[in-house]
Design a protein around this ligand. Structure first.
Ligand code: KG4
Ligand code: ZN
Length: 335
């Protein structure tokens, strides 16, 4: 049994996982979200996030143990996200998990948050097949060719804003509450995606890289031209969302063809967008490929995915020294 902590941004999360034969079983996965606190500022305030993690972590660990019906003695190893993320937030979870490991003389694993996202579609299976991974979160957008656990090759990434970041920034322009992603998806359902033609960036020398900053600027210019932007809210949301999805889906299918993968996994906060799931599934089917979605509870930040990454780490590599620190810019994969 492994207890894992996630605190890289504005969710304090604790999960306990155990190996069940070939599969993995998540005994509990708790998330204490700070979204309501940060909403009043229109985004995450690092100092406020850090203080809230510090207040919430101890009772949340106790609640996770109670939920799973186990005690600290039953836990074989402890894990925490060590990056990428906000430095002060990462420190809270990492220090707490290390403290538990020291106190109980058990191994510790420092986990890459992005590996958690990458593995999250396969939590039930408990094993990682070769596939192309599309991760779209608030901080990252990446296409990664996965050969096996730990063998990750970066195929494409965003050269400016992340997919979720674009949703959040456009959400703010449209005066929608933070985070913008779920709000835009909700309004987009009532709108016509063909109302406004927004640009899809084509990067000549990097066909699998993404760019969303031009799209963001195009939305801004369109807003300045409209007398009453709020009257066009649904159409603006639908047209913007369509442009993001179009870029994500087309490049993903192209990258799958290039790398020879017939399985595509979709993860990260933006992966709970239904329109994206449907468009990717449809395009994949047309190309003779399959899509592995992420269970909804594991799309936005959670500790279940960190626990799975720690479980696989414990089976594939030595534990980490307690000297290991946080790394706000931790890299998952290189070209
Ligand atoms: O993975 P995540 O929880 O945090 C990071 O590691 O960044 O992703 C959060 C991001 C936010 O930008 C949020 O707006 C976006 O995921 N998001 C969505 C949806 N739900 C969350 N974007 C589009 N559609 C959604 N339904
Ligand atoms: Zn994340």
């Amino acid at each position: 049994m492994i207890l894992a902590i996630e605190s890289s941004c504005d969710e304090t999360a604790v999960a306990i996982i155990r190996r069940e034969g070939q599969t993995a079983e998540l005994l509990t996965s708790l998330i204490s979200s700070q979204i309501e606190i940060h909403r009043q500022y229109g985004g995450v305030v690092p100092e406020v996030a850090c203080r809230n993690h510090a207040q919430r972590i101890r009772p949340l660990v106790q609640q996770a143990l109670d939920d799973a019906g186990v005690s600290l003695d039953n836990i074989a190893a402890f894990a925490a996200t060590r990056g990428p993320g906000l430095a002060s937030s990462l420190l809270v979870g990492l220090a707490y998990a290390k403290g538990l490991a020291v106190a109980s003389d058990k191994p510790f694993f420092g986990i890459n948050h992005m590996e958690g996202h990458l593995l999250s579609p396969f939590l039930k299976e408990g094993t990682i097949p070769p596939h192309l991974s599309l991760i779209v979160s608030g901080g990252h957008t990446m296409l990664i060719s996965v050969q096996a656990h730990g063998q990750y090759q970066l195929i494409g990434r965003t050269i400016d804003d992340a997919g979720g970041e674009a949703f959040d920034k456009v959400g703010r322009m449209l005066k929608l509450p933070y985070p913008g992603g779920p709000e835009i998806e909700k309004h987009a359902r009532e709108g016509n995606p063909k109302s406004f033609i927004f640009p899809r960036a084509h990067l000549k020398d990097a066909p699998f890289d993404f760019s969303f900053s031009g799209l963001k600027t195009a939305v801004l210019y369109q807003l300045q031209k409209l007398d009453d932007p709020q009257a066009h809210l649904a159409d603006l949301c639908a047209s913007f969302q369509d442009a993001v999805i179009d870029a994500l889906v087309k490049k993903t299918i192209k990258a799958a063809l290039q790398t020879g993968h017939t399985l595509i996994a979709l993860s990260g906060g933006v992966a709970c967008n239904r329109a994206l799931q449907e468009a990717l599934t449809c395009a994949a089917q047309n190309a003779g490929m399959k899509v592995q979605p992420t269970p909804p509870a594991l799309t936005t930040d959670n500790a279940g995915m960190i626990a799975l990454a720690a479980l696989l780490a414990s089976e594939n590599r030595p534990s980490d020294s307690l000297e290991i620190g946080i790394d706000p810019n931790l890299v998952l994969a290189t070209p």
